[in-house]
Design a protein around this ligand. Sequence first.
Ligand code: CO8
Length: 255
Amino acid sequence: MSINLVIENNVAILTIDRPEALNALSFALIEDVGRKLAEVAASGARALIIVGAGTKAFCAGADVKELIGRTLSEEKCATRRGQNVFAQLDGLLIPSIALVNGYALGGGSELALACTFRLATPSAKFALPEIKLGLIPGYGGTQRLPRLIGEARATEIILSGRTVGAQEALSIGLVNRIVESPYMMSALSFAAEFTGYSLTASQFARQAIRRGLATTISEGLEIEADLSTLAYRTGDAQEGLQAFLDKRPPRFLDR
Ligand code: CO8
């Protein structure tokens, strides 16, 4: 299997480990990602970090060698399968972080886009170069990129296939931060900024943001009112408020 999963201090670390092909996602590897994500979901980890093995690439995209000679229905099935695995990632109840350590091309950028957060090493290079192959993105790029950085910038990146470096990625909101070496330590520190809080509250907040973005602001505010009210009913809110009044650190139990 070209993918490794370890859990360190409640953080799952998934390494795409196929450096000889710049961690390109063969169809078999996509299936492995799906299986590992199911393991992560059942592991009790409080965050997930995805990284590429080696120093050159996070993931160079779909395995180009597998993209030729398929029937129409094989093409559609494979695209839907990849989209579903990335939706599985997007839908994890814990936040996910792509630690983009080098090339994130095509499906590699789309893998990063399906994560909750993206961290870039200074050598990170993002692109959706499908247009150069006579194709368009198929693992969510045309949908998640415009939602993240806006329609005009996303369209320009998709139509040109050009490479976006770490600094530009930061300036357009494609990544949350550029991290310093040792990169995994930086990613673990980033994760530690939110893993100590109530996972229930974190899920409510993410739901409110996600569902609100898909609707009007007035419906979004209704969603926020409902989820915020629900949050008050949780044991963690009672603990957090009481701990503040008692001037002691809270002990959240995700309930
Ligand atoms: N697929 C397969 N093999 C790859 C890929 C890839 N995406 N990328 C690199 N490799 C292999 C190379 O073939 C090479 O193997 P070998 O040594 O056996 O020839 C090895 O990795 C090292 O690569 P290079 O020698 O090319 O390294 P360079 O430093 O010269 O270049 C680049 C690095 C610029 C990253 C270059 O490898 C490159 O352009 N790669 C292709 C990137 C690309 O076009 N990715 C997008 C693919 S399309 C896609 O992801 C669509 C997603 C949705 C599809 C839905 C389908 C169902």
